[in-house]
Design a protein around this ligand. Structure first.
Ligand SMILES: [Zn+2]
Length: 240
């Protein structure tokens, strides 16, 4: 992965007031901007969560510009609705196994976004290992390729999580919050609903004000973690 990463979540025109949703028109403009940069300065595009719209909406737009993306899949919810997220405006479907395979065949690089989208730092060692190892094995069996990258749910990690990732065979990790000192965890900047092209430029040059803004928005993910706790959300059983 190169140094500059941008993370997307949903690309859809469906009514949704979530901050992580990007409209098709905005995404098209983002991609045209990225494509216009010299190749050495182009950021890599990442998709967290593995929603169906990565296949239906983002894939064709990127293909028109001959670009591919990195896809980070929550393996426990493939083909299912977003039970792990708490949105006020309807449910969204995750990619099916066949769609993940098709994206991989088209050159998208597929990595893990864990099995259940729990905050990894809160888990017991056994539960943490299951999230890291089961999702990796699931994707490797599905794609017939090695899977060596993980994007951390909510961007949350600590030293223990990094050590367990290395022991599980991951070679790099991504966090939307911060990088690690040793370079194992790379920082990706999330792109949100209200971001202009100027905001994206600011993300790419690590503008301090933009990084502060991202910190404020990312802090909102604590609400989802809190909801998990309140609702007693448990790790998802292995997918079929
Ligand atoms: Zn996520």
């Amino acid at each position: 992965m190169n140094a500059n990463l941008l993370s997307y979540h949903k690309v859809t025109d469906r009514l949704d007031f979530g901050v992580t949703t990007r409209t098709l028109a905005d995404f098209r403009a983002d991609v045209a901007f990225i494509r216009s940069l010299p190749e050495s300065q182009r950021p890599e595009i990442c998709f967290d969560d593995g929603y169906e719209d990565a296949f239906e909406n983002a894939f064709p737009i990127l293909a028109e510009s001959e670009l591919v993306a990195n896809l980070f899949v929550i393996t426990g919810v493939l083909g299912r609705r977003n039970v792990w997220d708490f949105t006020l405006f309807g449910e969204f479907k995750h990619l099916t196994k066949a769609q993940v395979r098709e994206l991989s065949d088209a050159g998208w690089r597929v990595g893990s976004h864990s099995k259940s989208h729990l905050a990894l730092t809160t888990l017991s060692v056994a539960a943490l290992r299951a999230e890291l190892r089961d999702s990796k094995k699931f994707l490797e069996d599905l794609l017939g390729k090695r899977v060596t990258t993980i994007s951390f749910p909510f961007g949350n990690f600590d030293e223990r999580v990094v050590e367990e990732c290395k022991a599980a065979g991951y070679e790099e990790a991504i966090s939307i919050k911060k990088p690690s000192q040793d370079g194992f965890v790379k920082r990706s900047k999330a792109v949100y609903r209200f971001d202009s092209l100027n905001a994206i430029r600011a993300k790419l040059r690590n503008d301090p004000l933009e990084l502060f803004r991202l910190r404020v928005i990312n802090a909102c993910s604590r609400a989802t973690i809190l909801m998990h706790r309140l609702k007693g959300y448990k790790p998802i059983a292995d997918a079929e």
